[in-house]
Design a binder for this molecule. Structure first.
Ligand code: S3P
Length: 426
């Protein structure tokens, strides 16, 4: 297990490019596998999760040519794999692939690493059965491995019952291949990259409020996808700028999709300074250049349950920021964090205590007593990339720095994370 240490140092200054958005990249790969003809993906996320998605579609017979910055897939004729499909650490790959394969006329077995095999899949399998899917999983249908016997699906009205973009997207992938009309209703708005990308593949899916309508079977054609920068990766740069005095970072081409951008607003409300310029659209997604600067001092925050879907991947980082914001912060309604790459509620509690912060763990969040200065210490990332990166950012401010165990996990979403931070601090 590799360890990495960050320490207070110079202000972070200069320009930085975040990696391509991980969620958008994985969707482009899976839709590209389904669509007939050539799909070209530029600027895809270089991390382990996107590689897992590529490996999975290759195992299903999709030729994929991978050159730096540009991947070309030839989709449209998936075939049964003689291997178990391995989504590795990627929940998005596994869950979306189940939706994709539910209508393919062959058997698939899908699994992942030890972390993924502990994460629930019933949330995807149960609603897919409403379309007629023949799916099963270990532990009474709850956990991977998953077995999918592809079959003919028929449209249905489905309410997801859980605010999850992965569940919604798995249903959309299945519904595109089903006979007739499907409506998918989500209880709260979640990231909408699948809906925004489908028109590029020739299959628009109209939305009415929280309901999305799909008419199947839809004939998808290959597309050209230019992946914008990942706002979840940019969030770490904003947090670093907020914590290190006199920092000033310019980040170009960041996706500012409203279903992903709540962190920027919350960090600004806490006292970070953020400016947007050059706002435009790329592949159906709003993008902008963002300038991040440190403010005077951080203010505590309060996150309500209804706000968590738009902040879900950034909540560990918000908790770290809150630990350096004098006063009491509360984050509630974040129980979903217990079934991410690690139990992120427990991982953040342990990490904050290890760096000297005062935190009370709740079933669905934290109460944090923030202080302007913390000593630092050694934090176990639990193999979770977002935990590793959140505490590596904390090390830029904690008096004695922070050592993160299992720091290699950052490569799941952002292999250039540490070199980029170091370049900015030179
Ligand atoms: C993702 C959706 C979210 C998020 C994950 C990526 C996606 O998960 O946490 O990192 O790409 O759809 P849920 O849909 O389970 O909330």
């Amino acid at each position: 297990m590799s360890r990495a240490t960050t320490r207070p140092g110079r202000p972070l200054r200069g320009e930085a490019s975040p990696p391509g958005d991980k969620s958008i990249t994985q969707r482009a790969i899976l839709l590209g596998a389904l669509a007939s003809g050539r799909t070209r993906i530029r600027g895809g996320n270089p991390g382990g999760d996107a590689r897992a998605a590529l490996g999975l579609v290759r195992a299903l017979g999709v030729p994929a040519r991978v050159a730096p910055g540009e991947w070309v897939l030839r989709g449209g004729s998936l075939r049964e794999s003689d291997r178990i499909l391995d989504a590795r650490n990627s929940g998005t790959t596994l869950r979306l692939a189940v939706g994709l394969l539910a209508a393919q006329p062959f058997l698939s077995v899908l699994t992942g690493d030890a972390s993924l095999r502990r994460r629930p899949v019933d949330r995807v399998l149960d609603p897919l059965r409403r379309l007629g899917a023949d799916v099963a999983a270990r532990s009474g249908g709850r956990l991977p491995p998953v077995v999918v016997q592809g079959t003919r699906l028929r449209g249905a009205e489905v309410a997801t019952g859980i605010a999850s973009a992965q569940v919604k997207s798995a249903l959309l992938l299945a519904a595109l291949q089903a006979e007739g009309e499907t409506t998918v209703e989500e209880p709260a708005a979640t990231r909408d990259h699948t809906e925004r990308m489908l028109p590029l593949f020739g299959a628009p899916v109209p939305r009415e409020g929280r309901r999305i309508r799909v008419t199947g079977p839809a004939a998808l054609r290959g597309a050209e996808i230019d992946v914008p920068g990942d706002p979840s990766a940019a969030a770490f740069l904003l947090a670093a700028a907020a914590l290190v005095p006199r920092s000033d970072i310019l980040v170009r081409d960041v996706a500012t999709n409203p279903t992903r951008a709540a962190f920027f607003e919350r960090a600004a409300a806490m006292g970070a300074r953020i400016e947007r310029s050059d706002e435009r659209e790329r592949c159906g997604e709003p993008v902008a250049t963002l300038r991040f600067r440190s403010g005077d001092r951080l203010r505590p925050l309060s996150v309500l349950p209804e706000e968590t879907p738009g902040l879900i991947d950034e909540l560990p980082l918000l908790a770290v920021l809150a630990a350096f914001a004098p006063g009491e912060s509360r984050i509630a309604g974040a129980g979903e964090l217990r079934v991410k790459e690690s139990d992120r509620i427990a991982a953040v509690t342990a990490g904050l205590r290890a760096i000297g912060a005062e935190v009370e763990e709740q079933e669905d969040g934290w109460i944090i007593a923030g202080r302007a200065s913390l000593p630092g210490g050694t934090v176990d990332s639990r193999g979770d990339h977002r935990i590793a990166m959140a505490f590596l950012v904390a090390g830029l401010r904690a008096r004695n720095g922070v050592t993160v165990l299992g720091a290699e996990s950052v490569a799941i979403s952002d292999p250039d994370f540490l070199p980029r931070l170091r370049r900015l601090a030179r």
